[in-house]
Every structure is written in C-alpha cells, then in structure tokens.
Design a protein. Structure first.
Length: 262
C-alpha cells in the first residue's frame, strides 16, 4: 500500500495532528509521516515517545515548547535547509491551535520553506460539530487571560461577536468562567465538551447558571471546550437560546454523555 505513495518531500515541515484522547484518532497519513520523517519536534518528548512506541515507531525527538520556541525554531529551520523532513507534534491535537507551532510555521513560511499540514484530530472542530450550535459562523479564541481585568474585557468583547463563540478552559477555572457567563449572558445556551474521544466523553448543554450548578455539584474534571450560542440578531428575538429547553433544564438531562472506545 505504502509503495504507491510519494515519499516525503525533503526540507518540509509537517504539522502532524495527534490523538486528543483516543489513540484511534491518529490517521494513516500521520503514521506514515512519523515513520518516514527524519526527526520529530515535540511539545513533550516523553508523551511523544509514548505515542511513537505504541505504534512501533522509533525516531529522534527534539523538544519544542512554549519556553524554548525561539531557540528551537532556528534549529528546526536549519534542519529544513539541510533537507531534513521534520514532523511537528503537540501533546494532543493539531499543532498551532492553542499549542506551540505558530512561531516556527511563520518563520518557515518567511524563509520560503515548505510547510505541509497533516490533518487530523482537533478538539475545537470535534466539539463544535457535536454541539448543536450554529457552525456556519464561529469565533475561536483559545484560552482567556487569567487576570480579572483583561479577562473581563476580552469576554465582553467576544460575547458581542456574531456567530458561535468557542473557548478552551481548564478544569481549575471552569467554575469561574461559568460564573462570569451567568453574570454577563445569563440567557445564552452554553455547551461544555470534555474528555473528547475518550471513554467518558461528555457534552453538557444549558444556560450558564444551570451548568454552574452542575459543575459545583460534580466537580467536573478534564480540559473543556466551551461553546456559547450567538447573540440574538436584531429582529430575531430568542435566537441566542434556541437550543435550550423552554423549561430551563439541561438538554438531555444533567449528563448528556456519549461514550467511545479507548
């Protein structure tokens, strides 16, 4: 099968999407690139090593994370200029989406080097498509600032935008975010997606106050994709909460859970 496929292109930076929870998230193309590349640049070499070993792949690993991006970007460019084929991976999902990668991609493009995406799992897309919220227009803003002032200003700005709003949030700040949403946009529908593609994948839907009560009751864990329904457009009242039940209860009950095999 692989003999019919073209070899990897020398001097190319491959952005390889990796599993976001379930090891079966990996694509056949991603596995081929990881097997045929010269080096794997990884956000966490330990986790990348575990992934490679699971698929019986042995490759040199180069650490590339937030605090050494500037230094490593230069080294990766040097390797590319020498004709090496470099695969860039993050801990989970697609490089450059709220993860390291943007800096080295921009540098490679500026130098006229080839950059090639190897598409696959992305928490943003997986959660949004299953949310039940509009997908024709959406705005993704990653993680909000931690400091109260900038965080409040950014959230106010983002919730005024048209389309569905998509954020990432940690389990340590999800309660805080729901409190902020309850105060700012109490009537909007919010969808929380957690443990995506894992055995206990879960999607919770409701208004901010309802989800806040659920989060306090259960002490929800895991990284979250938070999706917020659009603001009501002029002349169309109620559009922002069209996915919520009229009685104000969580859609599908307190735990609308779908499970997939690990």
């Amino acid at each position: 099968m692989h003999t019919d496929l073209p070899p990897l292109t020398p001097g190319t930076l491959y952005l390889v999407a990796t599993p976001i929870g379930n090891l079966e998230d990996i694509t056949l193309r991603a596995l081929r690139v990881l097997r045929e590349c010269d080096v794997v640049a990884a956000e966490d070499t330990r986790r990348a090593g575990q992934l490679l070993r699971h698929f019986d792949i042995s490759k040199p690993l180069l650490s590339y994370f937030r605090f050494n991006e500037a230094k490593r970007a230069g080294e990766i460019l040097e390797r590319l200029w020498r004709g090496e084929r470099v695969a860039l991976v993050t801990d989970a999902g697609t490089p450059g989406i709220s993860d390291p990668g943007q800096r080295v991609v921009a540098a490679a493009v500026a130098d006229g080097l080839r950059v090639e995406p190897v598409p696959g799992a992305c928490a943003l897309v997986a959660a949004l498509t299953a949310s039940g919220l509009p997908t024709d227009e959406f705005h993704f803003s990653g993680f909000l600032p931690h400091k109260p002032g900038p965080r409040r200003r950014e959230l106010t700005r983002l919730t005024a935008l048209p389309g569905t709003l998509v954020l990432y949030e940690s389990p340590f700040r999800i309660t805080r975010l729901l409190e902020e949403l309850a105060a700012l946009i109490p009537d909007r529908t919010v969808v929380l997606a957690r443990e995506l593609t894992k055995r206990f994948e879960e999607h919770l839907r409701g208004r901010p106050e309802e989800l806040l009560a659920e989060a306090r009751r259960r002490n929800l864990k895991g990284e979250f994709v938070v999706m917020i329904s659009p603001a009501d457009p002029p002349g169309r009242p109620g559009a922002g909460s069209e996915n919520a039940d009229g009685d104000g209860e969580l859609i599908g009950g307190p735990m609308n859970t779908g499970r997939v095999g690990e």
